[in-house]
Design a protein around this ligand. Structure first.
Ligand SMILES: Nc1ncnc2c1ncn2[C@@H]1O[C@H](COP(=O)(O)OP(=O)(O)OP(=O)(O)O)[C@@H](O)[C@H]1O
Ligand SMILES: [Mg+2]
Length: 228
């Protein structure tokens, strides 16, 4: 994303935000509540229109990106409260995704995410954290080239955070460009190859997590005392 701007009414949430998601790497957007992380991802997939800037995906530049087009090229957007339709039970739903777009078997995805005991439920019957793992399984089945995962650790127990972190690492090792956000700074910094700080409507590439932890202003304004 290059020089993206977005105002809601008179409020400029993004003035000029830029970052790259790179093949095989995990890039994490960190920043205060309301700093525009979700807005940036929604602009990337065309759910929101920025007033300025350009989104590049693989070889093309889009002034008006559309998820249906980008998805065909391998983009997957896992929104903060991603849901899976409840029409069918989880296994049937994943099989539907797999038949239509799949590059990985449902059994493999179920195994990777430890969903064996949940596949006979319907999505709406699951707890928040269970649902989050099922939503990630749908992404795993599709084997995306680029995965935008907004708050993938939200509401997960420590062992499930570790599981989700392993899954994201695995997708990156297969060559996917991964973007994450969240406020669970310990697992996020452990997971990331690169940290982008969103503040005051712009983005600052802070480099590797160790470099982010040594960035005085980032520590003072975002990490606070909780330097992991
Ligand atoms: N549709 C909208 N209409 C008006 N204002 C909006 C809209 N969407 C987002 N905003 C505002 O834009 C700002 C950025 O929101 P955004 O959701 O991108 O923040 P965030 O960095 O993802 O925060 P969090 O860490 O809480 O998830 C917020 O102040 C929010 O109120
Ligand atoms: Mg958000």
């Amino acid at each position: 994303m290059h020089s993206v701007s977005k105002s809601f009414g008179s409020r400029a949430v993004l003035k000029s935000a830029s970052f790259w998601a790179k093949e095989g790497r995990i890039t994490t957007l960190l920043g205060r509540n309301g700093s525009g992380k979700t807005t940036l991802l929604r602009i990337a997939v065309g759910e929101l229109r920025g007033q300025g800037g350009v989104v590049r995906f693989r070889t093309k530049a889009y002034e008006r990106p559309r998820l249906s087009v980008l998805a065909r090229g391998g983009l997957y957007y896992l929104e903060e409260r991603a849901r899976v339709p409840s029409t069918f039970r989880v296994r049937a739903q994943l099989e539907f995704v797999s038949r239509r777009y799949g590059r990985r078997s449902v059994d493999e995805a179920v195994g990777i995410l430890g969903l064996e005991s949940l596949v006979d439920s319907k999505f709406h019957e699951l707890s928040e954290g269970e649902g989050r793992r099922v939503a990630l399984a749908a992404a795993v089945v599709r084997r995306p080239k680029c995965l935008l995962a907004d708050e993938p650790f939200l509401g997960l127990t420590p062992n499930n955070r570790a599981l989700v972190a392993d899954v994201l690492r695995r997708l990156a090792a297969e060559g996917a460009a991964i973007v994450t956000t969240g406020h669970e700074v310990v697992p996020l910094l452990e997971l990331s190859d690169e940290v982008i700080w969103c503040a005051a409507g712009t983005t600052h590439g802070l480099g590797r997590p160790e470099e982010a932890k040594a960035h005085t202003q980032f520590v003072r304004e975002y990490l606070g005392w909780h330097i992991p």
